[in-house]
Design a protein around this ligand. Structure first.
Ligand SMILES: Nc1ncnc2c1ncn2[C@@H]1O[C@H](COP(=O)(O)OP(=O)(O)OP(=O)(O)O)[C@@H](O)[C@H]1O
Length: 388
């Protein structure tokens, strides 16, 4: 099942992304970094029969376990990870996040479906090519850091480079640069046990970055950290993505973390993706009651833009007055509207899209704006997308 919340329909090769054709074998950077179609991972006896049997594939988790003894950890999932984005995989414990992300580099072998990286068929790779992918192209940052206790910070960071076979002097130079980049300068000669949790995770991050991978895969990297340090590390990730444009896949069960670091979020439940969208889309237009419940307590004004709050402008209103860009968050628009005392225009270049006023902004805060009902849209029509 590929619902409207997922990327375009599965095909035999990587399907075109939303922004155009993506031929298999295309140059890196042309299309999606990862292209996943109809992916399944079933654990249990004779797992392979489940995806191919419509009757079994349609069963819910409990019924499937009773009938077959199997668990569908990943269930017919399709999406693209676009170059330079932070793609968040979010869901409650057991929803399939880790299994899905491990399937991307075949640390876990998918049961069915197709998987391409830069147009190359990952499921068709031999062992040498897979090793190359894991060492050079996709680096993982783990929750429990995975540091080597008897190696110094510098040697831990350099570890991946050593595996790659880089000469010692070069890898130490590169490792020192990475240490500085993630705020570890001066701590290079310490051992992991002499570092705080946050510092240890910085080592994990530097080690992943040192191999200069095309994509970083984060498996709940910050969930063991206390809230302040965690926030620091989230800022670090946001900064790295902004400054380096590095593609990231980021697993978390924490909604506020997902909203903060994610360009797009895939929300998982029982192995499937229930909604895939920008933070604003997920908060402003949850696909169903499950998602609505998930995002119920999110301060909407910090995620939703004025597009969800505006109303049509009268001729007089659209002609002149203060203006905001359509990407302005409601929380910032509240300030602007309070300052001007009246409606403020939402301008896309020279075009007036509408106006926001007190009533529209308050409706977003209260969760009453038309765009905030499950499946609703700002203009009340079905299916319009919120740009970001
Ligand atoms: N090796 C395995 N054998 C059998 N079932 C498994 C195996 N690994 C995972 N599962 C099951 O697959 C489902 C998804 O697990 P997964 O670890 O991917 O979830 P998760 O969302 O990452 O959870 P968490 O946030 O707790 O790490 C769960 O029901 C889990 O029990």
């Amino acid at each position: 099942m590929t619902g409207p919340h997922t990327d375009p329909a599965p095909g035999t090769g990587p399907a075109p992304g939303p922004d155009g054709a993506v031929p298999p074998g295309g140059e890196p950077g042309d299309g999606p970094v990862f292209s996943v179609r109809g992916l399944w991972k079933v654990f249990g006896p004779k797992a392979a029969r489940v995806p191919g049997d419509p009757e079994l594939a349609a069963l819910g988790p409990d019924a499937l376990r009773e009938r077959t003894g199997c668990t569908a950890a990943v269930r017919d999932v399709s999406f693209d990870v676009r170059p330079g984005e932070c793609f968040v995989v979010m869901g409650l414990s057991g929803s399939g996040k880790s299994t899905l992300v491990r399937c991307l580099t075949r640390l876990i072998e998918p049961t069915a479906g197709s998987l391409h990286m830069d147009g190359e068929d990952v499921l068709g790779m031999d062992r040498a090519r897979l090793r190359e992918l894991r060492r050079h192209r996709a680096a993982m940052v783990f929750q429990h850091f995975g540091l080597l206790p008897h190696r110094t910070v510098l040697d831990n960071i350099a570890y991946g480079l050593q595996i790659q076979g880089l000469p010692r002097a070069e890898r130490r130079t590169r490792a020192a640069a990475m240490a500085a980049k993630v705020g570890l300068a001066g701590l290079e000669d310490r051992y992991p046990s002499q570092l705080s949790g946050g510092q240890q995770q910085r080592v994990g991050l530097a080690r992943a970055l040192a191999v200069d991978p095309e994509v970083l895969l984060f498996d709940e990297p910050f969930s063991a950290l206390d809230p302040l340090i965690r926030r620091d590390m989230q800022e670090e990730v946001i900064r790295l993505r902004r400054e380096e444009g590095r593609t990231m896949v980021f697993i978390t069960h924490d909604l506020s973390e997902a909203l903060r670091v994610g360009d797009r979020i895939a929300l998982m439940r029982d192995g499937g993706i229930v909604q895939l969208g920008t933070p604003e889309e997920i908060v402003a237009r949850p696909a169903d009651d499950y998602v609505a419940d998930f995002v119920r307590d999110v301060p909407r004004e910090q995620v939703v833009t004025v597009r969800a709050a505006m109303r049509p402008a009268t001729a007089e209103e659209s002609a002149a007055g203060a203006a905001l860009s359509p990407d302005t968050l409601v929380i910032d628009a509240i300030e602007a509207v309070t300052r001007t005392g009246g409606p403020v225009r939402v301008m896309d270049g020279a075009r007036c899209l509408g106006v926001v006023d007190h009533a529209g902004l308050l409706a977003v805060v209260a969760g009453l704006a038309p765009g905030l009902a499950p499946g609703g849209t700002p203009d009340g029509s079905a299916g319009a997308a919120v740009a970001r």
